[in-house]
Write a protein that binds this ligand. Structure first.
Ligand code: NZQ
Ligand code: ZN
Length: 386
């Protein structure tokens, strides 16, 4: 097992009837900016419920953060933070609203010339404005981690950022929010969380027994709840299990002391930046080709995954690995997610070369758990996903 530090300071408040905790968890006399997306919270009652519990604070609000949080919209929110002397941010939404809030929390205290540098410099944010979240869409784990991904449409770019200063102070996870989520977003949440575990697990063995068992149990739990959730999302048991799986899949716990891959995400972000494909779906497009292309490097873990998660016992190692890859694709199909790029855009030709040249122009040396996948490898993987 590798050396590691582990600190996750985010307090999780999980369950029904928890919004009243806002009034006591947010520091007294805070000047709050509540941030949200395109308006789903006004249809499902979350907006009123949250506001009711913030009546004792000075409250401003900013709506309209789009999926794949857009830099230019966030710059408008930054003006509100400065003009209204805001000192606490509250994200009410899914990964996009939470990530946008993380960017703002960093930008609000940034003393450089241009906040865009936060994304291009790759320097971690250690000091940021305090913020909390009310999660409305289980998927990304952003409610309990310190990462974010921000889009700038004018440049067709989507860049990650993060740092120890960007953990939420607390996050309210009320599974009842799941009742109003459209089927497409439920499937996205299942696929995104499942791939988060894979990115931290499907590497090479390093005798990290507990991390492996944690990862396998989260994947099994996602596979168990997926068909139930897609059939009956208004069942509290399904909603609660779905929600906690997603948070645990990317809150830092299973990635400590083990090699991490994240190549699927690196390539996936480019597909979102180029074609606007939902984040989770870009991962489903790339998973099969990434694992097939790297089958020899990942064979030991693929076999372990085949045996322990899918119960595959027949065949030699290569056959087991191949069967597990196909099972993963079948899982995506079972929740209604297509897994070929050509099923999302007719303009897929040239995508592989475009991603290769983007990675080259950023001076990317290598991705994947060994840092050995070059822009040329990425090109071949994307081509396999057409
Ligand atoms: O904008 P509104 O109207 O609220 O509608 C949203 C949005 O259209 C809707 N929605 C959310 N909660 C709802 C609801 N509709 C009905 N009922 C509810 N309770 O869902 C749509 C999608 O929301 P979004 O926040 O974009 O989805 P998600 O949570 O999947 O977030 C995706 C973003 O997170 C990033 C992705 O790259 C993408 O930009 N990620 C963030 C990560 C992190 N911070 O750790 C890790 C991930 O790998 C990912 O990269
Ligand atoms: Zn993801």
């Amino acid at each position: 097992m590798n050396n590691f530090n582990f600190k996750n300071p985010t307090k999780i408040i999980f369950g029904k009837d928890t919004y009243h905790k806002l009034a006591t968890e947010i520091p007294e006399n805070s000047r709050i900016l509540m941030l949200y997306g395109g308006g789903s919270i006004k249809k499902n009652g979350i907006y009123e419920n949250v506001k009711k519990n913030l009546s004792k604070f000075h409250l401003e609000e900013f709506g309209g953060i789009p999926p794949n949080p857009e830099y230019s919209v966030l710059m408008d929110a930054l003006k509100v933070i400065k003009e209204k002397k805001i000192d606490f941010l509250l994200a009410v939404g899914g990964g996009s609203v939470i990530d946008g809030t993380k960017f703002l929390s960093s930008a609000a205290l940034y003393d450089g010339a241009d906040p865009w540098e936060i994304l291009t410099s790759k320097r971690p944010t250690l000091n940021a404005m305090k913020f909390a979240t009310v999660l409305t869409l289980p998927a990304t784990g952003s409610e309990m981690n310190s990462g974010a991904v921000i889009t700038r449409a004018e440049f067709k770019q989507k860049f990650p950022m993060g740092g120890a200063g960007l953990f939420p102070q607390f996050s309210i996870l009320n599974p009842e929010v799941v009742y109003s989520i459209p089927e497409r977003q439920l499937a996205n949440g299942l696929a995104d969380s499942f791939t988060h575990v894979l990115e931290q697990y499907m590497t090479y063995p390093i005798d990290a027994n507990l991390q492996d068992r944690f990862a396998e149990s989260i994947m099994q739990s996602i596979l168990e709840v997926a068909p139930k959730l897609m059939k009956d999302q208004k069942n509290y048991k399904n909603a609660a299990n779905f929600m906690w799986n997603c948070t645990m899949a990317l809150n830092g716990l299973i990635q400590k002391g083990v090699p991490n891959d994240w190549a699927i995400h690196a390539m996936g972000h480019e597909l979102t930046a180029l074609y606007g494909i939902d984040h989770a779906r870009t991962l489903a497009i790339l998973t099969e080709s990434h694992y097939r292309y790297n089958l020899k490097d990942k064979e030991e873990k693929l076999v372990q995954y085949a045996e322990r998660v899918w119960g595959i016992t027949n065949g030699n190692d290569e056959e087991k690995a191949e069967k597990a890859i196909l099972k993963t694709t079948e899982f995506f199909h079972s929740i209604g997610i297509k897994t070929k790029l050509s099923e999302y855009t007719s303009e897929f030709k040239g995508t592989a070369e475009e991603i290769e040249s983007r990675f080259e122009s950023r001076g990317m040396k290598g991705i994947g758990e060994r840092g050995t996948l070059t822009p040329q490898d990425a090109k071949k993987i994307v081509e396999l996903a057409y």
